[in-house]
Design a protein around this ligand. Structure first.
Ligand code: SF4
Length: 300
């Protein structure tokens, strides 16, 4: 009778039952609670949303992907920077334009030069900057150990340098404390969600930053949700309007197949930048218009 679903004998399964009337101790009982009081597992809101969308708006996801691909094509994954550079560059983009983050990264390369192999970062693929020319990454140990004012000065062109410099040093310190050096290449061998969890323990690294790094450095199936991905998803109705950014991440993971995530991320960002602007979206030339709830609250 393995399985444990059979009601236990009075007195508790596996416990000796005392002589009748010989003990004041009350034998434990397993009276069933009334049905109303039994605990029900709360439904997972992310899965519930995905099921509801499939039921009420069939084929929405493939229609959106197809519509976006009709104008932006099928971008193929290419590695940009190494993962540590990707992490620091992504921290530099937080609340700053990609072009400013590029300037700050270039300035770090100049202020803390290394002899590591060159890496480069092409424009396109959802990146809003001009791209970084080939060059060695900064000397991460020198960045970590630099006087704070020196690092602040180096990344000043990116904006919010006073906030980002200590964040960058803390991230580098944690990586080296745990791994012995600053390499994050080990993350590419981990399951995607475990790798994301490892990164989000770093102060200032949320799901978006972690997902960007893991997607662009390793091609792991995650879905970074920036303001463009969030806005287009909300307008079309892929994600509910009240979903916060973390919930939006999980909803996209539930809606998309792993091999759809890179293309979906890149094309949604491109769409948010080129057509579905925050103000005055150009709906007249949008392939998603027939299914967009921003245009028609009853769109199929
Ligand atoms: S129809 Fe308009 S609001 Fe909807 S996705 Fe296209 S551009 Fe954005």
């Amino acid at each position: 009778m393995a399985g444990g679903l059979t009601p236990a004998p009075a007195g508790g399964a596996g416990k000796p039952v005392g002589p009748a009337g010989g003990s004041r101790a009350k034998a434990p009982t397993r009276a069933r609670k009334p049905a109303a009081k039994r605990r029900r597992k709360a439904p997972d809101p992310v899965q519930a949303w995905a099921r509801r969308l499939a039921r009420t708006r069939p084929n929405l996801v493939p229609d959106v992907l197809h519509g976006l691909a009709s104008i932006y094509g099928h971008p193929a994954w290419i590695r940009r920077l190494g993962p540590t550079s990707e992490l620091i560059l992504t921290i530099l983009t937080q609340n700053s334009a990609d072009t400013n983050a590029e300037r700050a990264f270039e300035s770090m390369r100049a202020a803390f030069p290394s002899t590591e192999p060159a890496e480069s970062h092409e424009a396109g693929h959802g990146w809003g900057g001009l791209g970084l020319p080939a060059g060695a990454p900064p000397d991460w140990l020198a960045v970590e150990e630099a006087p704070l004012a020196e690092l602040v000065e180096a990344i000043r062109p990116g904006g919010l340098a006073q906030q980002k410099a200590p964040r960058i040093q803390a991230a580098l310190r944690l990586i080296r404390a745990e791994r012995g050096d600053h390499s994050l290449e080990f993350l590419g061998e981990m399951p995607a969600l475990e790798a994301r969890d490892w990164l989000t323990r770093i102060d200032g690294v949320g799901r978006k930053t972690a997902s960007v790094l893991l997607m662009f450095s390793f091609g792991l199936p995650l879905m970074p949700v920036d303001r463009h991905v969030e806005r287009v998803g909300w307008r079309v109705g892929l994600i509910p309007p009240k979903a916060n950014a973390d919930q939006a991440h999980e909803i996209y993971l539930a809606l998309l197949e792993p091999d759809q995530m890179y293309e979906a991320h890149v094309n949604l960002i491109t769409h948010g930048r080129q057509i579905c602007h925050a103000r005055n979206p150009e709906c007249g030339r949008c392939p998603l218009a027939p299914r967009c709830r921003y245009l028609d609250r009853k769109a199929p």
